[in-house]
Design a protein around this ligand. Structure first.
Ligand code: C2E
Ligand code: CA
Ligand code: CA
Length: 404
């Protein structure tokens, strides 16, 4: 088997033996161009000098002159966008911490493993790097969008909503859905929300977009209700909108127009440092809660001052970011975070939702930790509102295996 399209690798390790071993494994996978460095500083010098840049860096943690963690920080500071594998002979918990650090820095850490490096581990990591590259190049054309295009899209009704079920962790029963905005561009195809939501936030279009999403979601909720399905809808609210002092009133009028009760709506808000008018934001959140809407902290664990926010704002739900869920059964450091987040939320009387549950193993672990709801591909990918009832029918068949 070949090493896919990665043709050059940089190995950073002070041990000659370990370096030779890693080189041999790379050769086994058919990688032709191999660079070596004995510490972080040498590696940076090499990266600056060579062109094209290596497609992967394999880095040790403990090295003289510049160690692995410092090297990773420098890699980010200097703007090198190269996937990394951390390989060390230290204990897995420490290696995991460095991986976490790399992730927080925005680096792409493909794997964090104990030495000696195994050929299968490297092969898998290279495959991951490859699929990331394919994804990125397929997205590249879509970057060609601006505020005018998004505004036209809103006028033409190109923004629509998909719904992803949230299921009870003990029984698998669907308790609600999250509304996720989609943009079907006439020539570019599907533009992912990670691209157009930030654009909307920068260009004052986020208010229009959110109202559009809310209207569609509330209509959908009524349509399901007419068919006997009571599914609260969670709607994402950009923190920048919390600076509009009349927002709670506006959402409440929409909810009344659609003949819904506020408990049918959950508002998901990411922790954010974006909000400048904190007083207004707190007042809007308090009003929403007083009116009976659910309030959820989204992407919990990725933002700042998590505890402070929890204490100040009357949240009803905590959504644990998927970066803490994915791979948790194999990583103790993630389990510690998950368990303590769930325990804390339980004590505060909050519903806990685990995002990005992809495997039955992750599901079982969340069951054991006492999480309330799970959302992720294991249950279903986001889907059109009209498809949900059909999906529910076939889901009833598979739900048995999810029961505790
Ligand atoms: P989010 O609020 O964290 O939404 C969950 C994201 O995780 C969705 O991505 C969903 O498709 C994805 N996801 C769900 N299950 C899994 C899983 O098992 N594995 C993996 N890898 N991913 C999973 P999506 O739809 O691309 O949305 C991305 C983000 O865009 C959302 O993250 C949310 O922050 C934002 N967004 C989407 N719609 C809206 C909106 O109407 N308003 C605002 N303000 N933001 C929105
Ligand atoms: Ca969300
Ligand atoms: Ca989230």
């Amino acid at each position: 088997m070949t090493a896919l399209q990665i043709s050059s690798v940089l190995i950073v390790d002070d041990s000659l033996v370990q370096r030779s071993h890693a080189l041999a494994i790379c050769r086994e996978l058919g990688i032709e161009k191999l660079h070596e460095a004995g510490n972080g500083r040498e590696a940076l010098a090499l990266l600056t000098a060579v062109s094209p840049k290596p497609g992967l860096v394999i880095v040790d943690l403990e090295m003289p002159t510049m160690d692995g963690p410092e090297f990773l920080v420098k890699l980010q500071e200097l703007g090198f966008d190269i996937p990394v594998i951390v390989a060390s002979s230290r204990e897995q918990a420490l290696i995991d911490t460095v991986r976490e650090m790399g992730g927080v820095l925005g680096l792409h850490v493909l794997a964090a493993v104990q030495k000696p490096l195994q050929v299968d581990v490297l092969r898998q990591a290279l495959q991951n790097a490859q699929s990331r590259e394919t994804r990125r190049s397929s997205q590249r054309t879509e970057l060609n969008i601006d505020a005018a295009a998004l505004s036209d899209a809103l006028d033409r009704g190109e923004i629509f909503v998909h719904y992803q079920p949230k299921a009870d962790i003990r029984t698998g029963i669907v308790r609600g859905v999250e509304a996720l905005a989609r943009w079907k561009h006439p020539t570019l195809g599907m533009v992912p929300p990670d691209q157009f939501i930030p654009l909307a936030e920068r260009s004052q279009l986020i208010h229009r977009l959110t109202i559009d999403v809310m209207n569609q979601s509330m209509l959908q909720n009524s349509a399901w209700r007419a068919r006997g399905l009571h599914l609260p809808v969670a709607i994402n609210l950009s923190p920048v909108l919390l600076e509009r002092s009349d927002l709670a009133l506006e959402i409440a009028s929409l909810q009344q127009c659609h003949g819904l009760t506020p408990d049918q709506i959950v508002i998901e808000i990411t922790e954010s440092s974006l909000v400048t008018r904190v007083g207004t934001a707190l007042s809007v959140l308090a009003q929403l809660r007083l009116r009976g809407f659910g309030l959820s902290i989204d992407d919990y664990g990725t933002g700042f001052s998590s505890m402070q926010q929890l204490a100040r704002i009357p949240f009803t739900e905590l959504k644990i970011d998927r970066s803490f869920v994915r791979g948790a059964p194999e990583r103790e450091s993630l389990q510690v975070i998950l368990r303590s987040a769930i325990e804390m939320a339980n004590r505060l009387g909050l519903v806990t939702v685990a995002e990005g549950v992809e495997s039955l193993q992750e599901w079982r672990m969340l069951q054991e930790f006492g999480c309330t709801l799970g959302q992720g591909w294991l249950i279903a990918k986001p889907m059109a509102g009209d498809d949900l009832i059909g999906w529910m029918k076939q889901y009833r068949v598979q739900v048995g295996q999810l029961r505790a």
